[in-house]
Design a protein around this ligand. Structure first.
Ligand code: EPZ
Length: 420
């Protein structure tokens, strides 16, 4: 198994570019199942989760032509309507294939999706099952598979009891080819959802309200293919900004959308971290010697993203005073703090959703194993300020969402090497 070795406490500087958003690309790819025409996708991140999604797409019978960071996808006819566990178990986003497959073929079989272990047990999919039932699908579960059938899904009014990103995206896709109109309420409002709706509308769908809590979709008989550019990854941009803050470095972050990072940048202002933004760049200019402690609460967009909580938690280990980190979305996403404590951080877990941090404390390098994507990148950030060597195992978890991360961080001065 490959690992990263980081030698910490070296200043970083220069510029780094942000790639296409993982959580946008992982919806655009399955959305190509909604039409039998070609979909051309630009700015596709070369990350493991995209590779898994493309393997699933190909296994269903899809044609893929990959050139540099452009993809040409087409699904004329399905080979099958079952999502094989070999692919589905590795990817939470495999559930994004269910709606387009059911909407176009009338049938789908799938196992419970895999992905990051950041929620208790298997991350639930009740919002999906209830939604498909509300749209008139027949739902059975046997031998480890959900089996859904529907001659044609029917428009409905559906209220999400929990704000959920992938459920919102799933029912935007399901309703696109459904009979009649669907109204979705208490929807998630993430930029990736807006990007998906804009793309589908360009292909002939009739979606209004994406980016708000109420979305209306008028079903159409079919949609065409199209061309789309994946939006920049706001989580990657935020991660690099926090890396600059933790290492007290000036850093130019290019090809990003600062307007998708209002929550983080508002906090940076409160912490007296000086930065400058433009339409497509974020420049971290000056970080104060004393970083104030801050009580963080994660929230659905436009609130503070749970995917930036782990990097921000590392920053708070270097802040002066007491910080409370309240992770509201997942109840296993603070478990990684145990490893920060082993590095020398002073963190007390109050309950599965809250930790209290006393700072600043120096961190010492040690061997770590990356339990999931965002905890993994946080270990790189901790390693960047720790004394001595930090070794991070199971880096597949990090490469699921960050493209060539060691090469890109090396270019801004991080002493990181990859040992295969
Ligand atoms: C998406 O996951 C992202 N993944 C996650 O990013 C991100 O953390 C999350 O949204 C929140 O922003 C992708 O887009 C592929 P949710 P998703 O449904 O949609 C509960 C990363 O690091 N829930 O919005 O799966 C759920 O347990 C990943 O890039 C139900 O109870 O998250 C959670 O507590 C990790 N029943 C809450 O809703 C359901 O049927 C919000 O999760 C579905 C979800």
């Amino acid at each position: 198994m490959s690992k990263f070795i980081i030698v910490g406490q070296k200043p970083l500087n220069g510029e780094i570019s942000v790639g296409g958003a993982k959580n946008a690309a992982l919806k655009i790819i399955p959305a190509a199942l909604l039409s039998s025409s070609e979909v051309i996708v630009h700015n596709v991140p070369k990350i493991e989760d995209v590779n898994r999604a493309l393997e699933l797409f190909a296994d269903l019978g899809g044609k893929i032509n990959r050139q540099a960071d452009k993809l040409v996808l087409s699904m004329k006819n399905f080979n099958k309507t079952t999502l094989e566990p070999a692919f589905a178990n590795k990817l939470r986003a495999s559930i994004m294939f269910v709606a387009p497959l059911l909407a176009r073929s009338g049938e789908v079989k799938f196992p419970h999706p895999g992905g990051c272990v950041i929620g208790a047990g298997l991350r639930p999919i009740d919002l999906f099952i209830d939604g498909f039932k509300a749209m008139g699908a027949e739902v059975k579960f046997s031998d480890g598979y959900y089996h859904l059938t529907a001659k044609r899904l029917k428009g409905c009014n559906y209220f999400f009891t929990i704000v959920s990103v992938t459920s919102t995206e799933c029912f935007i896709m399901a309703a696109t080819l459904a009979e009649g109109t669907t109204t979705l309420k208490n929807c998630a409002m993430e930029p990736e959802i807006v990007a998906l709706a804009e793309h589908l509308n360009k292909c002939g769908a009739r979606i209004t309200g994406a980016g708000t809590s109420t979305i209306t979709i008028e079903g159409v008989d079919k949609i065409t293919g199209g061309e789309v550019t994946v939006i920049p990854d706001r989580i990657e941009a935020g991660t690099f900004a926090i890396l600059a803050a933790v290492t007290r470095s000036a850093l130019m972050i290019k090809n990003c959308r600062p307007d998708h990072l209002d929550s983080l940048l508002t906090i940076f202002k409160k912490l007296n971290i000086e930065f400058e933004t433009g339409v497509d760049y974020l420049k971290i200019k000056k970080v104060p010697e004393i970083i104030k402690a801050y009580n963080l609460k994660t929230h659905e967009y436009p609130g503070f993203p749970t995917d930036l909580q782990s990097p921000f938690t590392v920053l708070m280990t270097q802040a002066t005073g007491t910080s409370l980190i309240h992770e509201t979305i997942y109840d296993r996403r603070l478990l990684f703090t145990d490893m920060l404590t082993q590095m020398g951080a002073n963190i007390t877990m109050c309950d599965p959703h809250r930790v209290v941090i006393q700072g600043p404390t120096p961190l010492r390098g040690r061997s770590l194993t990356s339990p999931d994507l965002r905890a993994g990148i946080s270990m790189i950030i901790a390693g960047a300020i720790a004394s001595g060597h930090t070794e991070i195992d199971n880096i597949y978890q990090i490469e699921r969402g960050y493209e060539k991360i060691d090469e890109r961080l090396k270019k801004i001065g991080l002493d990181i090497s990859r040992v295969d």
